[in-house]
Design a protein around this ligand. Sequence first.
Ligand code: GDD
Length: 356
Amino acid sequence: MLGTNGSMRQTTGLEEFQNKSPVADLPLPLAATAEFLLCKGYEIHGLIRRASTFNTDRIDHLYRDFHDPQARVYLHYGDLTVSGALTDLLQEIRPEEIYHLGAQSHVRVSFDMPEYTGDVTGLGTIRILEAIRKTGIATRFYQASSSEMYGAAPPPQSEATPFQPQSPYAAAKVYAYYCARNYRDAYKMFAANGILFNHESPRRGETFVTRKVTRAAARIKLGLQEKLYLGNLEAKRDWGFAGDYVEAMWLILQQERPDDYVIATGETHSVREFVEKVFARLDLDYKQHVEIDPRYFRPTEVDVLLGDAAKARRALGWQPKVGFDELIAMMVAADLEIAGKEKTLVDAGFTCSGRI
Ligand code: GDD
């Protein structure tokens, strides 16, 4: 166990390290959170679901075999759908802080798998809260609440804006949000909500729109694919950089009292604008490559998200450092590098997955 400034720090990023599966994308700021906490001197424990293949690639650069004396990241098998094991795990690890980022986090998929989404994203949260209550450990709990909870509520959205969820995922997140608040009031737990607006990075899962676009544009540029199929280009999102948002999550748990905070940039852009800028960066005209496929539309869409993070600025002293254009540049550069490696393989006669 490593310490920082003489004090031991332990955190359980419950489900931070959950395995990739056909139905659950990895929670977003996975590696960024782990990197940030390691820099702060934390020892990290993550929950991982058993799979028959290796699928921890986003944290492989942080992981060391547990025989290594320098190891500070530990993975434990478990699942948010099984409560007993969570209680045992908390009893054993006794973490000082819990960053609960685990979820079936894909909004479109939540319409295909509403029951599973409710179980993992909604009930999974109360299972952890109950595990904390039953073990009686003194820990600080961070609930990854989402701007999706605002749904149809008109922008700008702040902590005072009533939720109008528009998907099974958002409804499950609203449930989890109120569970955290309820356990704070009922049991005096340190349970805080970070209501994060969309946060992106080069490590974003490939099926979320920003990464889907940067990855495809880079592959199109290098001749590895021709077309990109998307859904609604008119939706608007408040997109920030995941690295900045991880710092906000940590700050939320360092406050004297638990509270709820919106974390956002205060700027909104349409999907179309994002696509246009990405392709233009690569000297491409998106209109020649992008086609609309209705299967990517959602039965109910969230039209505009635009966060008002005044409270976080005031109380946490937090503000985003990376702007929209810089975020695009970062993601395009990273995907261009990956596409370059893929092209080297293809040119040498190897086949790549071909998934677009
Ligand atoms: N994924 C996806 N794929 N989205 C598309 C596509 C497409 O082909 N075409 C258009 N979109 C639109 C969606 O309809 C949505 O309006 C917008 O792009 C953003 O979609 P996502 O990137 O999938 O993110 P999200 O806003 O639905 O949800 C993400 O952010 C939330 C925070 O507000 C997820 O990370 C959630 O887990 C998170 O809570």
